[in-house]
Design a protein around this ligand. Structure first.
Ligand code: 5MM
Length: 341
C-alpha cells in the first residue's frame, strides 16, 4: 500500500490538480437546474461519465477526483465502473465523507459539518473500494456576529477527528475549512477575510496536532483570501495573491505537502489568475494547486447540456480549463493563452 505521503505527493504533482466532482444531490440538482434540467440518476451518471472519459484532461492535468458515495460505486452507461475509468487515466479516486453542513445550534447563520458517527466503518469500506483520499468541508460564515470562536473550534475539531480516522484507514485526508466569500450578506472586506482565514487555519492546525494527525500525510483545501461577493471594493489579482500567500505562510506548517484551493466565490478566470499569481511569486514550502469544482466545470456543464452527443465539445471545454489551471499551478498562466484557445 502506498504511504500517505506518497499519495499526497501524487495528488499535488507538478502541473496537476484535483477535480472536485463531489456535489451532493441538492448541489448537483442546483447546477442542473441552472441549465434547465432535473437531476436524476441517469443524468448524474452521464454528466460524470462525460468528465471521467475526458482523456486529455484526465491524463494530463488531473491527479485525483473527489467523488460522492453514489459515483464511487457507479458505472458508465456501457457498464465500465467509474473506478476503472479513473485507474486507466492514473487518477486517484477520492471520496467526500462529510454528511453536509447544518445550522449551528444557538448561532446566527453559522454551520457545523456532520458525519463523524460511523465514519470509521465507512472509511474501511471506501478503502476497500480503492479510495486513496477523502474530503471533509467545514464552512465558516462571516456576518455581523459571525464567525464565533465556538463555531471555528467546533468545525476545526470535527476536521481533526475526521483526519485522524482517515489516516488510521490508510486514506489521505483533504482538510477543507472554507471561509465563505459568497455567503450572506457577503459585503465583508478582504482584510476581514484575511483575519478570519488566519484564525481558522490557526485553530485547525492546533486541533490537527492535538489529534496526532501526521501533517506529511494530508492536504489542505482552503479558500483564497477574497473580499465578499457583494463588497464595494474588488481587490486586484495581485492583492488576493499576496494576502493569501501571506496568510498561508503564517499559519500552515511546512510539513504539509500541498495546498489545493477551492474556487467558490470566484469566476473561472479569477480562480486561475489568482493561483498563477501566487505560484509566480513562489518561495513557499508546499505545492500550490487547484481542487476546483465550479471553476473547472462551469463551461463543460453548459456545453454538455444534458446530451450525450455533446460529450466531445464539453470534454474539450473541461480540458481547456484543466490545462489553464495546470499552467497556473506552475505559475505560467497568461490571459492571452487562455483567450487564444
Ligand atoms: C463540488 O462541491 C463540493 C461539495 O459541496 P456540497 O457538499 O455543498 O454539495 C465542495 O465541497 C467542493 O469540493 C469545494 O467547495 C470546491 O468546489 P468549488 O466549486 O468551491 O471549487
Amino acid at each position: 500500500m502506498a504511504s500517505l505521503n506518497a499519495i499526497a505527493q501524487k495528488l499535488v504533482a507538478p502541473g496537476k490538480g484535483i477535480l472536485a466532482a463531489d456535489e451532493s444531490e441538492p448541489t448537483i440538482a442546483k447546477r442542473f437546474a441552472s441549465i434547465g434540467l432535473d437531476s436524476n440518476l441517469e443524468l448524474r451518471r452521464d454528466y460524470r461519465e462525460m468528465l471521467f472519459r475526458a482523456t486529455d484532461a484526465m491524463t494530463n492535468y488531473i491527479s485525483g477526483v473527489i467523488l460522492t458515495e453514489e459515483t464511487l460505486e457507479q458505472s458508465a452507461m456501457d457498464g465500465t465502473p467509474f473506478r476503472t475509468l479513473l485507474a486507466e487515466a492514473d487518477v486517484v479516486p477520492g471520496i467526500k465523507v462529510d454528511r453536509g453542513a447544518f445550522p449551528m445550534p444557538g448561532s446566527d447563520g453559522e454551520k457545523i459539518t456532520e458525519g463523524l458517527d460511523g465514519l470509521r466503518q465507512r472509511l474501511a469500506h471506501y478503502a476497500s473500494l480503492g479510495a486513496g483520499f477523502a474530503k471533509w468541508r467545514g464552512v465558516i460564515t462571516i456576518n455581523e456576529t459571525a464567525p464565533t470562536r465556538n463555531n471555528i473550534r467546533a468545525n476545526a475539531h470535527a476536521l481533526a477527528r475526521y483526519a485522524s480516522l482517515c489516516q488510521e484507514a490508510g486514506i489521505v485526508p483533504v482538510v477543507e475549512p472554507e471561509v465563505l466569500a459568497d455567503g450572506e450578506p457577503g459585503d465583508h472586506s478582504i482584510q476581514r477575510c484575511q483575519d478570519v482565514t488566519g484564525e481558522t487555519l490557526e485553530t485547525v492546525f492546533k486541533e490537527l496536532r492535538l489529534a496526532g494527525v501526521d501533517l506529511s500525510g494530508m492536504l489542505l483545501k482552503p479558500n483564497m483570501v477574497l473580499a465578499g461577493h457583494r463588497a464595494g471594493d474588488k481587490p486586484s489579482v495581485d492583492e488576493v495573491a499576496r494576502k493569501t500567500r501571506e496568510t498561508l505562510l503564517q499559519f500552515v506548517p511546512a510539513a504539509v505537502p500541498g495546498i489545493a484551493f477551492l474556487s467558490g466565490g470566484q469566476t473561472d478566470e479569477e480562480a486561475t489568475a489568482h493561483l498563477s499569481a501566487m505560484n509566480e511569486i513562489g518561495n513557499m514550502p508546499w505545492h500550490l494547486t487547484f481542487s476546483y469544482g465550479r471553476a473547472l466545470q462551469n463551461v463543460a456543464l453548459r456545453t454538455w447540456n444534458g446530451k450525450r452527443e455533446n460529450f466531445a465539445p464539453a470534454q474539450e471545454a473541461f480540458a481547456h480549463r484543466a490545462r489553464m489551471n495546470s499552467l497556473a499551478s506552475l505559475g505560467q498562466w497568461r490571459r492571452d493563452i487562455d483567450l487564444a484557445a
